[in-house]
Write a protein that binds this ligand. Structure first.
Ligand SMILES: NC(=O)c1ccc[n+]([C@@H]2O[C@H](COP(=O)([O-])OP(=O)(O)OC[C@H]3O[C@@H](n4cnc5c(N)ncnc54)[C@H](O)[C@@H]3O)[C@@H](O)[C@H]2O)c1
Length: 333
């Protein structure tokens, strides 16, 4: 019997990531090849015509899984009954703008959208915030949607996670699917800490070998590897004159897919989630941790050994999040 369709909201759907993301969702890359979907696309008035065009293209692509498309500039209409919300829309930092000005714009967007979703989405709605500053937008979202369980509000650091897998795969000349269990700790910003201390590569005998042992170059792993992952977004802007879009869209699909359908046994992924104090991270921050997912629930991987080098980097990115949080709160007043 055919499954009931799942309603997926994409905000900022007329933008670059939205344009790459909606066809992926309609093809089953997010929820699986047998899951029909209804796409809800929200954007703002100046992008209304472009949004109409995206809807026309979705119709023209004749996707078998796509049951309907709602394209609107009305947040209430967009949020009605949605089961999954991918929040891509936001206010970008423009030249000459202060950090506080950008924060203030996004705080008011996330405050309003949190209230709309809380009132109109399906009760079990899962939320993924992509728009930057992603962790702090998710935190504001959580504050203003108190009836949505904090376990249902996450932010995207899977792109950074996938970038780390990609760098190790290139270095060792192995396929990316053979590398697993890297970790992105902290903020989706240049203070994030990409950690390979627990990462492994599939060995030819079926076992696993530690990445550190195979790379055999601690200096590279502790310096260039980290900065390459941290600054990959800037490198893409330099090359493309536009920020990463297809890889961000693909990572958003990976994030939701693993959250809903589960992570493979023995594998974890990175997600920005509500800190419960694990690994000494201040409770209440939205911080990227290693997580496993089962039956639609994520749990933070516990008991990993943290060395001094990692500790310092994990604390530095937490400190930045505490500062962002207080900046965001100052914008509320
Ligand atoms: N977390 C990550 O890994 C990651 C990666 C890449 C980009 N990003 C962020 O994702 C966001 C989107 O990137 P993009 O390249 O698609 O940007 P974009 O400018 O191409 O698109 C953004 C869209 O959001 C819309 N928008 C603005 N305010 C809105 C609102 N209040 N409600 C609904 N829509 C609104 C805009 O009209 C636009 O269509 C940016 O904040 C970017 O920094 C995050």
């Amino acid at each position: 019997m055919a499954k009931d369709p799942v309603r997926v909201l994409v905000t900022g759907a007329a933008g670059q990531i939205g344009y790459a993301l909606v066809p992926m969702i309609a093809r089953g890359a997010m929820l699986g090849p047998d899951q029909p979907v209804i796409l809800h696309m929200l954007d703002i008035e100046p992008a209304a015509e472009a949004l109409k065009g995206v809807k026309m293209e979705l119709i023209d692509a004749a996707f078998p899984l796509l049951r309907d498309v709602v394209a609107t500039t009305d947040a209430v209409e967009a949020c009605k009954g949605v089961n999954i919300a991918v929040m891509v829309g936001g206010f970008p930092r423009k030249e000459g703008m202060e950090r506080k000005d950008v924060m203030s714009k996004n705080v008011s967007i996330y405050k309003a959208q949190a209230s709309a979703l809380e009132k109109h989405a399906a009760p079990d709605c899962k939320v993924l915030v992509v728009a930057n500053p992603a962790n702090t937008n998710a935190l504001i979202f959580k504050e203003f949607a108190p009836s949505i369980p904090e376990k249902n509000i996450t932010c995207l650091t899977r792109l950074d996670h996938n970038r780390a897998l990609g760098q190790i795969s290139e270095k060792l000349n192995v396929h990316v699917s053979e590398v697993k269990n890297v970790i992105i700790w902290g903020n989706h910003s240049s203070t994030q800490y990409p950690d390979v201390n627990h990462a492994t590569v599939k060995a030819t005998n079926g076992g696993e070998k530690p990445v550190r042992e195979l790379v055999a170059n601690d200096n590279w792993l502790n310096t260039e590897f980290i900065t390459t992952v941290q600054q990959r977004g800037a490198a893409i802007i330099k090359a493309r004159k536009l920020s990463s879009a297809l890889s961000a869209a693909s990572a958003a699909c990976d994030h939701i897919r693993d959250w809903v359908l589960g992570t493979p046994k023995g594998t974890w992924v990175s997600m920005g989630v509500y800190s419960d104090g694990s690994y000494g991270i201040q409770p209440g921050l939205i911080y990227s941790f290693p997580v496993t997912c089962e039956k639609g629930q994520w749990s933070i991987v516990q008991g990993l050994k943290i060395d001094e080098f990692s500790r310092a980097k994990m604390d530095a990115t937490a400190k930045e999040l505490v500062e962002e949080k207080s900046l965001a709160y100052s914008c509320l007043n």
